[in-house]
Design a binder for this molecule. Structure first.
Ligand code: CP
Length: 340
């Protein structure tokens, strides 16, 4: 392809981010596999590395807008999509990116697997790795699951969402969508992230990515759903959703992640909706040019009103579309393949 697809050098990332087993501490009884490229999170990733991945994603997007003619960038590369937790958009967009790049996708879901017979995560992954797959894409309900796989398997690993930790490809597609809306410049921009911040891997990846690119983040949500270390992450914490939204260049509404919540964190859904839902009146507090994002799946009329989700500021489906190109860029980088 004609477009530049310069890929980030691992030196751009601090150890432990593109989890570098050569320099990360290795626990007794584990093995390290130097030289592999993993994407486990956006924390610590340099602006240079992020821009390289976004440029590669733009190149794939432009190519696929012109033509869906087959490419051979990942020909012969077998990718296991190991989803231990449910997914619609992440799983399908990874698989679509793999097919468009000429890779061979191998699907794995807990349902129908030998996990039901008590096989552990590591034994399951080692079994699949022994079949000779070249790249793992892993989603798991436990924070650190992808890092564990990166440490233990001699195969590049892409984190497709691990517990409440990170969802780096979602973070990258959010950045690409914001770059589209803002003419590519992040400096001086501010994003309001609303709702269940504490349980959100999407929020953590967005916060790290936006900070790296020079944008500010204001978070707002019930006190029980805003992490105590929000300030340490470099965010401002607003007392109300109105304070967070006023003048912001974008808003990201988050789903209440009840599957990761202890009981008693919210008085009631009705109280949450009244205080925190992104509705049309609140959205009018945003800057005139501002856009509204949601990672999906949406609980319509809980964290976001339907007329905002479907309104003119909404870029929700643009996020989904960008996910395919972003995941193609990440897969090609992890497999150390420059575009055909
Ligand atoms: N945003 C996101 O991760 O959605 P899925 O759970 O459908 O993959």
């Amino acid at each position: 392809m004609a477009e530049a697809t310069t890929l980030p050098d691992p030196a751009h990332a601090r150890a432990g981010i593109f989890f570098d087993p050569a320099s990360a501490p290795v626990h007794p009884g584990t093995t390290a596999h130097p030289g592999l490229r993993h994407l486990l999170g956006l924390e610590g990733l340099s602006a240079h590395a992020i821009h390289d991945l976004l440029d590669a994603a733009r190149a794939w997007r432009a190519r696929w807008t012109r033509s869906r003619a087959p490419v051979t960038t990942l020909a012969g590369v077998e990718v296991c999509n190991a989803f231990f937790e449910d997914s619609t958009r992440t799983r399908l967009s990874f698989e679509l990116a793999q097919r468009r790049l000429g890779a061979t996708p191998l699907g794995f879901g807990v349902a129908g697997s030998s996990c039901s017979k008590g096989e552990s995560l590591l034994d399951t992954l080692r079994t699949i790795a022994a079949m000779g797959v070249d790249v793992f894409v892993i989603r798991h309900a436990s924070s650190g699951a992808a890092a564990l796989a990166a440490r233990e398997l001699g195969v590049p690993v892409v984190n497709a969402g691990d517990g409440a930790h990170e969802h780096p490809t979602q973070g990258l597609l959010d950045l690409l969508t914001l770059a589209d809306a803002w003419g590519g410049s992040f400096a001086g921009r501010r994003v309001a992230i609303l709702g269940d911040i504490a349980h959100s891997r999407v929020a953590r990846s967005a916060i790290h990515g936006l900070a790296a690119l020079g944008a500010r983040v204001t978070v707002a949500g019930p006190a029980t759903l805003v992490p105590r270390d929000a300030g340490a992450l470099g965010c401002d914490v607003a007392p109300t959703v109105e304070d967070a939204l006023r003048g912001a260049d974008a808003a990201i509404a988050l789903r209440l992640q009840t599957e990761r919540m202890d009981r008693g964190l919210l008085p009631s859904i009705g109280d949450y909706v009244r205080a925190w839902r992104l509705d049309a009146a609140r959205a009018r507090l945003l800057a005139p040019h501002a856009v509204v994002l949601h990672p999906g799946p949406m609980n319509r009329d809980v964290e976001i009103a339907s007329d905002v989700a479907d309104g003119e500021r909404s870029v929700v489906l643009r996020q989904v579309a960008n996910g395919v190109a972003v995941r193609a860029a990440v897969l090609a980088w992890c497999a150390d393949r420059v575009a055909a």
